[in-house]
Design a protein around this ligand. Structure first.
Ligand SMILES: [Zn+2]
Ligand SMILES: [Zn+2]
Length: 324
């Protein structure tokens, strides 16, 4: 039986209960082989889809009631919806739990054999063992800092911006746009966050919920809305206007700013913040049409092509004008 530790008794018991229900349902349909991993996959995919439903329920009204802009002709959003479900149903359960849990247990076992305990906030301050909410918040801040630097680097290295530009090619940005990214970039992001998560000892079951929290805040920050968090809130959290500035046409590539994922305070601390910008139009003028309006497969191919083109250019500029 899977242990579901370190996320608080309330959540742990509810997840355990849901897992038992899914296993019983699978058994009733004669799914006995791989019953447990399939049940776990369904459980985490359901958590991912639930988060998407929360994003939809919150973001759709604010985009309707307080829109920043309206488009005469709306682009098809089918590829963006496909990205959103692909991330929640395939990538999220596979990487955020199965991969992370396997590595976490492997490292903890190896360290234990060597006589060491895995480093973590709870190990550092034993009192935190009974305060999972605080360790969750601390781990969230560290992972967000790591993601700030990952994102900033992705704008500095030409090949990396090639795949990241799929995210920037969106010219009608809405909350659906958060998940619009190249599968190679998704892989890099997860490897990056998993490495940091393991280094600071994020518990196995806390990691996927940290990822879902990032996804939820990411959806809101991409929303097409004028709603903000107030002066103080905007200087702590990434607001829709703050992130739209990052997506501005003039800010594609190395000229960008506002790299924060959830917390804007990293941009303030490292001098990359730009507030009070009036950006409405988003996109990347150097992106080929397939990267902007192609199907899911066409966008992936175009992102890969651009990555190869920019990788071949030594000392190239990844500004939109120089990237063909
Ligand atoms: Zn970016
Ligand atoms: Zn974005």
């Amino acid at each position: 039986m899977l242990a579901l530790p370190h996320v608080g008794d309330w959540l742990s018991s509810h997840l355990q209960c849901a897992l038992h229900s899914i296993q019983s349902m699978l058994s009733a349909h004669a799914v006995t082989k791989y019953n447990h991993p399939i049940a776990l996959w369904i459980l985490f995919a359901a958590c991912g889809v639930t988060e998407l439903c929360i994003s939809f329920t919150f973001c759709t009204p604010i985009e309707c009631i307080r829109p920043l802009t309206r488009w005469e002709k709306r682009n098809p959003i089918a590829p963006d919806i496909l990205y959103a479900f692909f991330v929640r149903i395939v990538l999220f359960p596979l990487i955020a739990f199965f991969e992370y849990d396997w590595l976490h247990r492997h490292i903890a076992g190896t360290l234990s054999d060597l006589g060491f305990a895995q480093p973590s906030f709870a190990a550092l301050v034993p009192a935190l063992q009974t305060w999972p909410v605080i360790t969750f918040a601390l781990n969230f801040v560290i992972l967000d800092l790591a993601d700030y630097w990952r994102h900033r680097l992705s704008h500095r290295l030409g090949w990396w911006y090639g795949v990241h530009s799929l995210h920037h090619a969106e010219d009608q940005m809405t909350f659906w746009s958060d998940d619009r990214s190249h599968i190679l970039e998704d892989a890099i992001t997860y490897v990056w966050l998993i490495a940091v998560g393991l280094a600071i000892g994020v518990p196995s079951l806390q990691f996927p919920f940290l990822i879902l929290t990032f996804r939820l805040l990411g959806s809101v920050s991409h929303a097409n809305t004028t709603i903000g968090y107030g002066w103080l809130g905007n200087h702590i959290l990434v607001s829709p206007r703050f992130h739209r500035t990052h997506h501005a046409l003039k800010a594609a590539g190395r000229r960008s700013c506002n790299y924060g994922t959830a917390l804007s305070l990293w941009d303030v601390a490292f001098g990359t913040a730009r507030f009070n910008d009036d950006t409405v139009e988003t996109g990347d003028a150097g992106a080929e049409p397939a990267l902007v309006h192609g199907s899911w497969v066409e966008q992936q191919r175009a992102g890969f092509r651009r990555m190869m083109r920019l990788a071949r250019r030594k000392r190239s500029s990844v500004t939109t004008r120089s990237a063909a």
